[in-house]
Design a protein around this ligand. Structure first.
Ligand code: HEM
Length: 208
């Protein structure tokens, strides 16, 4: 997995991301896992509270889920869980105090969709995550610094689909079975973009 970012532009939306990939050839996961991030234009000088995220995760014929930890470990981090069902990619913001099924996050963060697609062996979601870089889960608070130019993030992938997949607040999960890890994500100047506000305004779809 790369630590220095790879910059790419999503062809459909024009959004420019710093990205980090766990390739299938790494042997750490079947399929590949990619996370990309775009930040507000001043995020390298003033800590941002939100980002636009890109997730491309492995799945098998619409089965599977993946997760991102916004501080690295599974515990005491805001967690994003994403999975495909029929023609929709669902998400749920979660928080775990132990290595057990994470609880629904109780803070005021919100995910809205910019675009998603589902293929035979992976799914892609581009989303705005408001209030996701600082969190407060029942008094368990933390802020992530984008001005540090370096984030510690965690990833997981799994093949069994969540139970209750069309109801994000009520999903059930098995322990992930398709790789996990923590990595250091270096940010470069491409991550903060003057077009951020215009891109974020495209995040009009709420999937619930
Ligand atoms: C690691 C259990 C759901 C993210 C782990 C580990 C266990 C575990 C036991 C440590 C394994 C090891 O070190 O060998 C579970 C169970 C879950 C669950 C039982 C649900 C029933 C999730 C979800 C996410 C997540 C929903 C994110 C959205 C991670 C990450 C790691 C991890 C990033 C690696 C970093 C670390 O060890 O803290 N999980 N997990 N997990 N989990 Fe989960």
């Amino acid at each position: 997995q790369n630590n220095e970012p790879i910059t790419f532009t999503d062809a459909e939306t024009g959004i420019v991301f710093n990205s980090w990939t766990v390739p299938a050839e790494s042997g750490q996961t079947q399929g590949a896992f990619t996370f990309g991030m775009a930040l507000p234009s001043n995020a390298l000088t003033t800590d941002a509270t939100e980002f636009i995220g890109y997730l491309k995760c492995a799945s098998a014929d619409n089965n599977g889920w993946c997760g991102l930890s916004l501080a690295g470990p599974m515990t005491n981090s805001l967690l994003i869980t994403a999975w495909p069902n029929a023609d929709t990619v669902y998400t749920s913001l979660r928080f775990a105090s132990g290595y057990v099924m994470p609880d629904v996050y109780t803070g005021d963060a919100e995910i809205t969709e910019i675009r998603s697609s589902i293929d035979a062996d992976d799914f892609t979601l581009i989303f705005r995550c408001r209030n996701c870089l600082h969190w407060n889960h029942d008094g368990n608070e933390r802020a992530i610094s984008t001005t540090a130019g370096f984030l510690v993030l965690g990833w997981v992938q799994a093949f069994p689909s969540p139970g209750n997949p069309t109801c994000p607040a009520q999903i059930t999960l098995e322990q992930h079975d398709n790789g996990m890890g923590i990595w250091g994500a270096v940010l470069d100047s491409n991550v903060a973009n003057p077009s951020y506000s215009a891109w974020a305004a495209q995040a009009t779809k709420t999937v619930t």
